[in-house]
Design a protein around this ligand. Structure first.
Ligand SMILES: [Zn+2]
Length: 471
């Protein structure tokens, strides 16, 4: 029996107006190559970088949101490496004085340690035109602000890794510091994974790079855990390596084997003084922070929502907004959470829609949930009405117009029950013969005859009474 040990390294693009150390616009998405550049981000001699105050605020905010310690003094370092898309031949990053350290993010009741959060600049982009012998360089992205986050190897499953990233995205989006959209490259994750027998020391880990969706992270980890486990079971050894992920083939592939840690010759950035993060600065940033998903979750728990549902909702920005508004409109909390996490989510996923793309209002949702929760309509009728309510219909009006109120009048139901019993002698014999489950067939017919409005518990009781069996 082997268990996986997983750590993540996540890069988030910050949503600032300008780049990390110059005044070039950071909004270069879709722009012509090399139109968002200046001597600073091109690394020309004699220029001076100036840290972007908004980016530093965002870094502090993110660190605080993850419960990190923010040091009184934070510092930028030069990290040297040579690559064509890095014009300075070093990246301005942070080393031993990052903007945040020793944080924690709770995922489904498990605490995942955050080793560090630091600020740095992104590199440019190399483009390799098909069939050409040369490489093109676009420096629009060079110098744009990034947060890098590194976790402790606390993650115990691919599913947990996906949830962690989901939670991280929700936090970044709630703070408004990043679009955190993996599809647009605004959030990238590298993973470290090894397997071991429980209680044994850590095994040799491999790194999987360039995973551009949360689903890829989960799939790549599942594949890699299985691959490593098979090797170890056969008595083999894991080779330390950097792997890529082939999405189409559904497997990892070798990029390079590691020959030890790269030496980046970190040195303090001489052109940027250490930043003094005063108490006042911290308090100013803290005061500007909106309610975080973890706080939302606590609030939902207090409103009576189960932990599992509260967590899913709190880390879903769209549905939590709807939850808050529908709760304020009088919907019962747990029933509302059930509707959002199951039916509404399913409807949106099936149509690949966002809430804003539907006609759903919090008031209509609250009304529908209340009607069903109070037994004024059956849950079957409620579910049948949902698509129309999602398109903007008022559920109370639909119920009234179509006479869909739940029927709990035994006299009215008894007549239909009698008819169904009379029309199905064979089924009745089966039930009398001990096949209790066959009663569902009759129940279904009564529901159909009443367009789903009959209270199922009542119909079941009447059927049993009239046939003469116990339910
Ligand atoms: Zn620039």
């Amino acid at each position: 029996m082997y268990e996986p040990v997983i750590g993540l390294e996540v890069h988030l693009h910050l949503k600032t107006k300008t780049k990390m150390f110059c005044s070039c616009s950071a909004d270069y998405f879709g722009a012509a190559p090399n139109t968002h550049v200046c001597p600073v981000c091109l690394g020309l001699p004699g220029v001076l970088p100036v840290p972007n105050a908004q980016a530093v605020d965002y870094g502090i905010m993110f660190a605080l949101a993850l419960g990190c310690e923010v040091p009184e003094w934070t510092q930028f370092h030069r990290k040297h490496y040579f690559y064509p898309d890095m014009p300075k031949n070093y990246q301005i990053s942070q080393y031993d004085r990052p903007i945040g350290a020793r944080g924690v993010l709770e995922v489904a009741g498990e605490r995942i340690g955050i080793t560090r959060v630091h600020l740095e600049e992104d590199a440019g982009k190399s483009l390799h035109p098909a069939g050409e012998a040369h490489t093109l360089l676009d420096f629009n992205r060079a110098g744009s602000p990034l947060i890098e986050l590194v976790t402790e190897p606390d993650i115990k499953s691919p599913e947990q890794a996906r949830l962690f990233l989901n939670h991280l995205r929700a936090i970044a989006q709630t703070l408004g510091i990043s679009d955190a959209n993996p599809e647009e490259g605004k959030m990238r994750a590298d993973v470290n994974v090894s397997v071991r027998r429980p209680g044994e020391p850590l095994g040799t880990k491999v790194e999987i790079k360039n995973l551009n969706s949360f689903r890829s992270v989960q799939k790549a980890l599942e594949y890699e855990i299985e691959r490593q486990t098979k090797i170890l079971k056969k008595g083999g050894q894991i080779e330390q390596a950097t792997l890529g992920w082939d999405e189409n083939a559904g497997r990892t592939y070798l990029m390079r084997t590691k020959e030890g840690e790269a030496d980046y010759r970190y040195m303090p950035e001489p052109d940027i003084p250490m930043l003094h993060v005063t108490k006042e600065w911290l308090e100013r940033v803290r005061a500007a922070m909106p309610e975080l998903p973890a706080e939302k979750m606590r609030r939902y728990r207090e409103a009576g929502v189960k932990a599992y549902d509260a967590e899913i909702l709190a880390y879903d920005r769209e549905l939590s907004g709807l939850f808050d508004a529908a709760l304020a409109a009088g919907a019962p909390a747990q029933a509302l959470a059930n509707w959002l996490n199951a039916d509404v989510r399913g409807f949106l996923a099936a149509g690949e829609k966002t809430v804003a793309e539907t006609g759903l209002t919090p008031e209509h949702l609250a009304a529908l949930v209340k009607l069903a929760d109070e037994g004024k309509i059956t849950s079957r009728v409620a579910k049948e009405l949902l698509p129309e309510v999602m398109e903007g219909a008022d559920p109370a009006r639909l119920v009234k117009e179509r006479g869909l109120e739940a029927v709990s009048d035994e006299g009215a139901l008894a007549k239909i029950v009698d008819e169904v019993i009379a029309n199905n002698p064979a089924v009745v014999e089966q039930i009398k013969g001990g096949k209790a489950k066959a009663i569902n067939a009759l129940l279904g017919q009564v529901m159909k005859a009443t367009r789903g409005t009959a209270r199922p518990d009542l119909v079941r009781k009447l059927l049993a009474e009239k046939i003469g069996v116990e339910v």
